[in-house]
Design a protein around this ligand. Structure first.
Ligand code: SAM
Ligand code: SF4
Length: 332
C-alpha cells in the first residue's frame, strides 16, 4: 500500500471528515440563518464513511477528526465512532477525535470516551449567555457548560476553540483565557476566514490575532513553544496557568509548507486545501465497486493534485469569500 506523499513532498497523515453539513446552531460567521442543506440522498451512509476513513487509514492517516456541521447531530454517529475506534485498538490510528459545538456532549461524552476518544475540541466564543445566544443565533450556553462537565467527568481532555470577532469578544479574551486555565482547558483562538456567503460583512468581523496577542501579553506571560500539529496553529504557554494557548492565523501567517491534512465532506468530496476549490469526488469510485482498488487510485490521483498553498484575503475592496463553500461543508 502506497503512502500519500504530495508533489511538494508533504506526507498526508491527518484526515478531517465532515460527517454532516447540518447543525443545531447558526453561528453568524459560519452560516446564514436560512441555510439550504444537502438532500439526505447525497450524503454518504455511516458505513460508506467508515469504508472511506478506513481506506485513508490504510494509506497512512494516523489522526482522524470528525467535524461538520455539528458531528453530534448526525443520527447514530456513535456507531461510526465506535467502529472507527477499532483502528486505535490495532495501532493503525494514533488519534480519533472530534470538533463539536458541545450542545450534545452531555449525552455523548461517556460513549465518546468508550470509543477511544481522548481529546476533543469544543467551540465557544463567549462566556456570556446572552452574547452566546447572539453569536450562535440558536445556542444555549448552559447546555454547552453541562456538556463540558460531562466530558471532563468522562476523562476527556478539552481544548476550547474561540473565533476572535472584532467588536464582539475582543474585550473578553482575557477572561476566557483565565477561565480556561481554571478549568484545565487549552484555548485556541481562530481568525475569521472568508468561507461561504453569510449575511454579516466579513471585514467588520476580522480581527488580526497579532493584535490580540499583543493585548493579551500585557496581562499574561506568553512564551512561544515548539508544539506543532502540522496545521495552522502556533502555540504559546501561558505562564500563569501552565496551559497552552494556540493562534490559528490563516490570514496573517502562511502555514502551508508543513500541511499534513486533507478534508473529506459528507458527500465524499475530498478537498486537498481548505482555501481552494479544487476537489476530487470519491463517492463515485466508492460506490462503483465493493473492492477498494478504484477508491485507492482515486485517492492517489487526488493527493497528486494537492496544491502548494492558499491565498486568503479579506479587505474592504475584496469582501467576497475566497471559496464559495461554508466551513460547515468542508469541516473546520
Ligand atoms: N460545529 C462544530 C463546531 O462548531 O465546533 C464543528 C464544525 S465548525 C465549522 C469548526 C470550527 O470552525 C469552529 O470552531 C468554528 O468556530 C470555526 N469556524 C466556522 N466558520 C468560520 C470562519 N468563517 N472563520 C473561522 N473559523 C470558522
Ligand atoms: Fe454550527 Fe459549528 Fe458552524 Fe457554529 S461553527 S454554525 S456550531 S457548524
Amino acid at each position: 500500500m502506497t503512502e500519500m506523499i504530495d508533489p511538494f513532498d508533504r506526507k498526508v497523515s491527518y484526515l478531517r471528515v465532515s460527517v454532516t453539513d447540518r447543525c443545531d446552531f447558526r453561528c453568524v460567521y459560519c452560516m446564514s440563518e436560512d441555510m439550504t442543506f444537502l438532500p439526505k440522498s447525497d450524503v454518504l451512509s455511516l458505513e460508506e464513511l467508515d469504508r472511506l476513513c478506513s481506506a485513508f487509514i490504510r494509506k497512512g492517516v494516523r489522526k482522524l477528526r470528525l467535524t461538520g456541521g455539528e458531528p453530534l447531530v448526525r443520527r447514530n454517529i456513535m456507531s461510526l465512532m465506535h467502529n472507527l475506534g477499532r483502528h486505535l485498538k490495532t495501532g493503525d490510528l494514533d488519534e480519533l477525535t472530534l470538533t463539536t459545538n458541545g450542545s450534545q456532549l452531555a449525552r455523548f461524552a461517556g460513549d465518546l470516551a468508550k470509543s477511544g476518544v481522548r481529546r476533543i475540541n469544543v467551540s465557544m466564543d463567549t462566556l456570556d449567555p446572552d452574547k452566546f445566544h447572539k453569536i450562535t443565533r440558536w445556542g444555549k450556553l448552559d447546555k454547552v457548560m453541562d456538556g463540558l462537565k460531562a466530558a471532563s467527568d468522562a476523562g476527556l481532555e478539552i481544548k476550547i476553540n474561540t473565533v476572535a470577532v472584532n467588536g464582539f469578544n475582543d474585550m473578553e479574551l482575557d477572561e476566557m483565557l483565565g477561565w480556561c486555565g481554571d478549568q484545565g482547558y487549552d484555548l485556541t483562538l481562530i481568525e475569521t476566514m472568508p468561507l461561504g456567503e453569510i449575511s454579516d460583512a466579513r471585514a467588520d468581523q476580522y480581527l488580526p490575532l497579532s493584535t490580540v496577542r499583543e493585548r493579551l501579553s500585557k496581562n499574561w506571560n506568553l512564551t512561544d513553544i515548539p508544539y506543532k500539529t502540522g496545521g495552522p496553529a502556533r502555540y504559546v504557554e501561558v505562564g500563569e496557568t501552565g496551559r497552552k494557548l494556540g493562534f490559528i492565523t490563516p490570514m496573517t501567517h502562511n502555514f502551508c509548507e508543513t500541511c499534513n491534512r486533507v478534508r473529506l465532506t459528507c458527500t465524499g468530496t475530498l478537498y486537498m486545501c481548505l482555501g481552494q476549490d479544487d476537489a476530487a469526488d470519491l463517492r463515485a469510485p466508492l460506490r462503483a465497486s465493493e473492492a477498494d482498488e478504484l477508491l485507492e487510485s482515486a485517492i492517489d490521483e487526488a493527493i497528486g493534485r494537492k496544491p502548494k498553498g492558499h491565498d486568503f484575503i479579506i479587505d474592504r475592496d475584496s469582501n467576497a469569500p475566497a471559496t464559495s463553500r461554508h466551513m460547515s461543508v468542508t469541516g473546520g
